[in-house]
Design a protein around this ligand. Structure first.
Ligand code: PMP
Length: 456
């Protein structure tokens, strides 16, 4: 390998890293990832790592080094690299067609650059609908405690992770919080142990009634909460949520930025629960990180409310995103989708997810520090506790020590470190959808060793 010491120096001197995630990377010398193949990446020192977090944040769903995606992007860039999205493009039209096939009930794809931007787009449409239909009144957006929707001020205003956001205030008005639905923490919420899912959904209705249903435009939820602790919704929750939004004529916005395009074993997380969203936003796994692409997908009911806007001169340029729908993104996304289909990766995700949850449960049998395991497909968490009886969270320092120990062993895992104060205690796993039993055994063995070393 070439000597990359100059790169390391340049990175140290000039790159402003995001500081919260991957502390183990940053606590050492800059750990620059240089190369990737399949499930593995190599750093500047040539050290191999098994990546159990798909590029850090649930992104590289089909794995590294996919020549077929790189070629499709190259061919597209040579044919046409850019023309403003409004003009339409070949891959943009073809990918939208393929995507909509996977999303019965939805019909329109609005291209964006990032998950944050896609969520902003949905929030803005909700506000516009309030003006178009309800005299500006039905403009509030409900979000859930522990959910996360992105980095912009509006997305942070819809962010259920206070600790991380405190310095960004004042926030955008009109975002209202509803309680989380993590059954393992029901006691902290004063919730009943029976029928928790219905209780948690009922809390949403209580907020709606307190605010006034005629002020609420939309409810925005992650299908399975990601950064806030891998929260798989409890039995009965989604069914009741769907009833509530119908009852009060509230638009349902599902943030599939993490779960979308295969992560939980279905094309989209909401499809496990039979709900009918009005907006679905997605980003990360749409092109597995081979090009920047995000989408805000809506149904025809939403689209109908905007289709006459083209005649309104005020709309000209109001919402053109320079790079949204740029040709490389959908060209990569088309190949990404084809790979998932041709290699049966949804089936693999379900099978390997079940296998991994079983292996984590075995670990819980050996390590009392594992208080709870949970997950859906290849999107899993293990919540660490200081005491199983009281469920007191394990200290963040020790949780981070487990992550660092795994990193030392050449296995990259993640941990919640930005959720509600005091709950930075869940180990997170999201290997690529191509993971094999051997890969999972390798990850679990590393975690087993790390837990032994850190907790004894
Ligand atoms: N929604 C969720 C659920 C996310 O996890 C993230 C990113 N971690 C976002 C939205 C924001 O996406 P982006 O970073 O692409 O703006």
């Amino acid at each position: 390998q070439n000597d990359l010491s100059h790169v390391v120096e340049a990175d140290k001197a000039h790159v402003w890293h995001h500081l919260i995630q991957h502390k183990p990377f940053e606590s050492k010398d800059p750990n620059i990832i240089v190369e990737g193949r399949g499930m593995r990446v190599w750093n500047q020192a040539g050290k191999e790592h098994l990546d159990a977090v798909s590029g850090g944040v649930w992104t590289v769903n089909v794995g590294y080094g996919r020549e077929r995606i790189a070629r499709a992007v190259y061919d597209q860039l040579m044919r046409l690299n850019y023309f403003a999205g409004a003009a339409g493009s070949v891959p943009g039209a073809l990918f939208a067609e393929r995507l909509i096939e996977k999303m019965p009930g939805l019909s329109r794809v609005y291209y964006c650059n990032s998950g944050s931007e896609a969520n902003e787009k949905a929030f803005k449409m909700v506000r516009q609908i309030a003006h178009k239909r309800y005299g500006g009144k039905k403009n509030k957006i409900l979000f859930r405690d522990r959910d996360y929707h992105g980095t912009t001020i509006a997305c942070l205003s819809a962010g259920g992770q206070d600790e991380r956001n405190a310095q960004y205030g004042p926030f955008t008005p009109g975002f209202v919080r509803v309680p989380h639905c993590l059954e393992y923490r029901a006691a902290d919420q004063g919730a009943p142990t029976e029928h928790y899912g219905e209780w948690a959904a009922d809390q949403i209705e209580q907020v709606i009634l307190a605010e006034g249903p005629d002020t609420i435009g939309a409810l925005c939820l992650e299908p399975v909460t990601a950064g806030g602790g891998v929260i798989v919704p409890p039995e009965g929750y989604w069914q009741k949520v769907q009833e509530i939004v119908r009852k009060y004529d509230i638009l349902l916005h599902i943030d599939e930025v993490v779960c979308g395009v295969g992560r939980t074993g279905t094309w989209f997380g909401y499809q496990h629960y039979g709900v009918e969203p009005d907006f679905v936003t997605m980003a990360k796994g749409v092109a597995s990180g081979y090009a920047a692409i995000a989408c805000c997908v809506t149904n025809e009911r939403v689209f109908e409310m905007f289709k006459d806007d083209a005649d309104d001169p005020m709309n000209y340029f109001r919402d053109i995103s320079t790079f949204g729908g740029c040709t490389a993104g959908p060209a990569a996304a088309l190949e990404n989708l084809a790979i998932i289909e041709e290699e049966n990766l949804l089936e693999n995700t379900t099978a390997m997810g079940d296998y991994m949850l079983g292996r984590l449960d075995e670990l819980a049998g050996k390590h009392a520090v594992i208080g709870h395991t949970r997950g859906k497909g290849l999107f899993l968490g293990a919540e660490l506790v200081a005491d199983r009886e009281t469920r007191a969270p394990a200290p963040e320092k020790q949780v981070q020590a487990v992550v660092a120990d795994c990193m030392g062993q050449g296995v990259i895992i993640g941990a919640t470190n930005r959720s509600v104060p005091g709950y930075n205690n869940t180990l997170c796993f999201s290997p690529a959808l191509i993971a094999t039993k051997d890969d999972i055994d390798h990850i679990v063995t590393a975690v087993d060793g790390a837990l032994k070393r850190v907790f004894g």
